[in-house]
Design a protein around this ligand. Structure first.
Ligand code: ASP
Length: 466
C-alpha cells in the first residue's frame, strides 16, 4: 500500500508539467511559511526583528530549530535568485547586440522604439489612473490611524531618512545617471540603465560598420545561446527555489496579516486585477490579433517565476525564453523585453499611487486635484527609475512622497506599515510588471509581422522552457 502511494506521488511529480511544479511550490510555500510563522512567533515576539533575523541582517545567539530552518530556506531562496541574476547582464548585453544588429536599419529601430514608448506609456498611464480612482473611491486610509501608529519602528525611521536623503536631487540627475562614463564600471556594478544605454549605442554602431561586425556579433550570438541554456538548467531548480522564497516571505508576516489590513490590500489587488484582466486583454485586442488566453498560457512560466522571485530582472531570462520559444521574433524580444524589465513598471506605478494617497488619507491630509496628478506623474517617474529587484518599488516611493513635501518623521509609522506587507504586494506587482513587458512585445511583434502565429497557437509544439 505504502509503495503504491509512493509510486502515485512519483508519477504525479513526473507527469505534471514543470510550471505546475512551480505553482504547487508557491502554494506549499505559502502553507509552510504560515506554519513556520506560527512557530516563530512563539519564540520571537518582536515581529519587526523576525524577518531581519531570518534574512541574516540581524545576528542572534542560539537560534531556535524553527529559526534555523527559516534561515536555511532563506539561503536556498537567495541562492536561486542569485544564480538567475548571474545570467542577467550577459543576457541583456548579448540580446541587445544581436537583436539590434539583426534589425540593422536605424529607421526600423526608431519605429520599434516609438511603438515601445507608446504602448508602455499607455499601459503605465492607465495603471496610475486606475490606482488613483480606486484609492480615492474606497478611501482605505480613512480610519487606520491607530493601526499605523502602533507599527512605528526606529529602524525603519532611519531607513526612511536615508532614503529621502538619497532621493534628493535625483530627478535632476536622473538623465545624467543614464549615461555611463565608463561602461565597464557600470557592468561591474550591475547598473542596468547605463548598461542598456551603452549596449543600444554600441549595437547601432555595429549595425552600421558592415561585414567587419561579424566576429563580434557571432561572439554575442554565442553568449546569448549559452545564457539561455544556463536559464534552462537553472529552471530545473525553480520549484525548490520558489518554495523556499515564498515560505520565507510568508514566515515573516503570516497569513493573518490579510485580515488586519484587508481594505488597503483589497484596493491594491483590485487595481492589479483590473490591470491584468482588463487592460492587458484590451490592449492585445485593440492593437493586435494576439489571442489573449493563448498568450497568457504561453508566458505562464515567466509569470510564476516573477511571482516567486519578486524580481523582473531575475525573471528576464524566462520572459525572453517564453516569448521567443512561443513565436515572438528574437528581434523584438531582444529589444523590447530588456528595456521593459528595466523601465516599464506599471504594477509598481499603480502600487505607488495607491500607497501614497493611502498614507495621506491615513494622516488626514487633504489633497488638491493638482497634487493627485503630481502623485501620478511622480509614480510613473519613480517606478521607471526603480530596479527590477525585490522591494525596489517601496524604496523609490520616497521620491513620490518627497514631491509632496512630506517629512520622514511624518512617514515613519506609515512606512512601517507598508514595509510589513511589502513582500506579498511585491510578488503580485512584479507579476503585473512582467506580464506587461510580454504584452507590449507581443503587440509590437504583431504590428511588425514578427510573430509566428502557427507556433503561438499550437501549444503542442511549444518547446519546454523549464
Ligand atoms: N520587484 C519589482 C520588480 O522587480 C519592483 C518593485 O519593487 O516594485 O518588478
Amino acid at each position: 500500500m505504502k509503495l503504491h502511494v509512493q509510486t502515485l506521488f512519483v508519477a504525479i511529480g513526473l507527469g505534471i508539467k514543470r510550471n505546475w511544479h512551480i505553482f504547487l511550490a508557491i502554494i506549499a510555500g505559502i502553507l509552510f511559511g504560515n506554519f513556520l510563522h506560527e512557530k516563530l512567533i512563539l519564540d520571537y515576539s518582536d515581529m519587526s526583528q523576525l524577518s531581519s533575523i531570518v534574512t541574516g541582517d540581524m545576528q542572534i545567539d542560539n537560534p531556535t530549530p524553527f529559526m534555523k530552518l527559516a534561515m536555511l530556506l532563506n539561503i536556498i531562496g537567495q541562492a536561486f535568485i542569485r544564480i538567475i541574476q548571474m545570467v542577467v547582464i550577459p543576457l541583456v548585453c548579448s540580446a541587445i547586440v544581436v537583436g539590434i544588429s539583426s534589425i540593422g536599419d536605424s529607421k526600423q529601430i526608431g519605429k520599434f522604439g516609438k511603438k515601445m514608448i507608446f504602448y508602455y506609456g499607455i499601459i503605465t498611464v492607465l495603471a496610475v489612473v486606475i490606482g488613483a480612482v480606486l484609492v480615492l473611491g474606497f478611501n482605505p486610509g480613512v480610519g487606520v490611524q491607530d493601526l499605523i501608529n502602533q507599527n512605528s519602528a526606529i529602524e525603519i525611521q532611519n531607513q526612511v531618512n536615508s532614503v529621502i536623503e538619497q532621493q534628493k536631487g535625483q530627478i535632476g540627475n536622473l538623465f545624467l545617471g543614464m549615461i555611463p562614463q565608463n561602461p565597464l564600471e557600470s557592468l561591474a556594478k550591475g547598473e542596468m540603465i547605463p548598461i542598456i544605454f551603452f549596449a543600444l549605442i554600441f549595437s547601432l554602431a555595429l549595425s552600421k560598420v558592415g561585414e567587419i561586425n561579424r566576429p563580434i556579433v557571432s561572439f554575442f550570438e554565442s553568449v546569448f545561446a549559452a545564457t539561455m541554456k544556463i536559464t534552462d538548467w537553472i529552471m530545473i531548480f525553480a520549484a525548490p527555489g520558489i518554495f523556499a522564497l515564498t515560505a520565507v516571505s510568508v514566515s515573516s508576516f503570516g497569513l493573518g496579516i490579510f485580515s488586519t489590513i484587508s481594505k488597503f490590500l483589497a484596493v491594491v489587488f483590485l487595481g492589479f486585477c483590473i490591470q491584468f484582466f482588463v487592460v492587458y486583454p484590451l490592449v492585445l485586442k485593440l492593437f493586435s490579433k494576439v489571442p489573449v488566453s493563448t498568450f497568457f498560457t504561453a508566458i505562464i512560466e515567466a509569470l510564476l517565476v516573477a511571482f516567486g522571485t519578486a524580481s523582473s530582472s531575475a525573471t528576464l531570462p524566462l520572459t525572453i525564453a517564453c516569448c521567443e520559444k512561443r513565436g515572438i521574433s528574437h528581434k523584438i524580444c531582444s529589444f523590447v523585453l530588456p528595456l521593459g524589465a528595466t523601465l516599464n513598471m506599471d504594477g509598481t506605478a499603480l502600487f505607488q499611487t495607491v500607497a501614497v494617497i493611502f498614507l495621506t488619507q491615513a494622516y488626514g491630509v487633504t489633497l488638491e486635484p493638482i497634487q493627485i496628478i503630481q502623485i501620478m506623474i511622480l509614480a510613473i517617474i519613480a517606478s521607471s527609475t526603480c530596479a527590477g529587484i525585490p522591494g525596489a518599488g517601496l524604496i523609490t516611493i520616497a521620491l513620490v512622497l518627497n514631491g509632496l513635501g512630506l517629512t520622514p518623521q511624518q512617514l515613519t509609522a506609515g512606512f512601517a506599515f507598508l514595509f510589513t506587507i511589502d513582500r506579498v504586494v511585491d510578488m503580485i506587482r512584479t507579476t503585473v510588471n512582467v506580464a506587461s513587458d510580454a504584452v507590449v512585445a507581443a503587440v509590437i511583434a504583431d504590428n511588425e509581422n514578427e510573430i509566428d502565429y502557427d507556433l503561438l497557437n499550437n501549444t503542442e509544439q511549444y518547446k519546454e522552457i523549464i
